[in-house]
Design a protein around this ligand. Structure first.
Ligand code: HPA
Ligand code: MG
Length: 219
């Protein structure tokens, strides 16, 4: 699985199908709704651990770790747990504040790049001078994250970095690449580990490719 291509993350090629469902425990209510396992849960946890080490090594002091809801929440919880055990280049543990932000992208006709975020004006002003780490589940076109970063920059945080567990290779990409990436995936719709299809599949541990049956059932 997964060619390297000299990137700092795992790349799953277009011709790499992942794993047959029969080798994994899949909740019975989803057995017809996913086609195959693309990234097993154990491998996700291994990437989360490595990302935590990389982020900690690059971080000097207090960090405001910001969960992008809802899809980012499993990744956020596991990443923060790992970060708590990491040390930075000076051998110190990282003081962290945890924050949660719900982001909605309005795409009148696809990627308009307009976002609304759940922060109050006060919460936005409180970002001033902070070192932010935004924790996202997936960068697909990148339009939402690009718009979010532009909006947050208005409130003058000291720094903003983005970690995304997944990065989709898609011709619709606006070209945005996050600071840290777990796994680059082909242009397929994935679910599980909190990634949803119409709010379904968040309770699936493995990251799977949705099946036609699943798409129709939960459309
Ligand atoms: N899966 C789940 N949510 C998403 C995806 C995906 O592939 N792309 C953008 N949001
Ligand atoms: Mg998301």
């Amino acid at each position: 699985m997964a060619s390297d291509q000299n990137k700092n993350w795992i790349v799953i090629g277009d011709e790499e199908p992942g794993f047959s469902l029969r080798h994994f425990v899949i909740p019975s209510h989803y057995k017809d709704d996913v086609e195959r396992v693309l990234i097993p849960h154990g491998m996700i946890m291994d990437r989360v651990e490595k990302l935590a080490h990389e982020i900690a090594a690059d971080t000097e002091g207090p960090l405001t770790v910001c969960c992008i809801l809802k899809g980012g929440h499993a990744f956020f919880a596991d990443l923060v747990n790992r970060l708590k055990k990491c040390t930075n280049a000076a051998g110190q543990n990282l003081p962290m504040q945890l924050d949660f932000i719900k982001v909605k992208s309005y795409e009148g006709d696809k990627s308009s790049g307009n976002v609304t975020i759940s922060y109050t004006e006060q919460e936005l002003h409180d970002l001033k001078g902070k070192h932010l780490l935004l924790v996202e589940d997936i960068i697909d076109t990148g339009a939402t994250m690009t718009a979010l970063l532009a909006k947050l920059a208005e409130y003058q945080p000291a720094s903003v970095r983005v970690v995304s567990l997944f990065l989709k290779r898609t011709p619709k990409s606006v070209g945005y690449i996050p600071d840290y990436v777990g796994v680059e995936i082909p242009d397929q719709f994935i679910v599980g580990y909190c990634l949803d299809y119409n709010e379904i599949f968040r309770d699936l541990d493995h990251v799977c490719v949705i099946s036609e049956t699943g798409k129709q059932k939960y459309a």
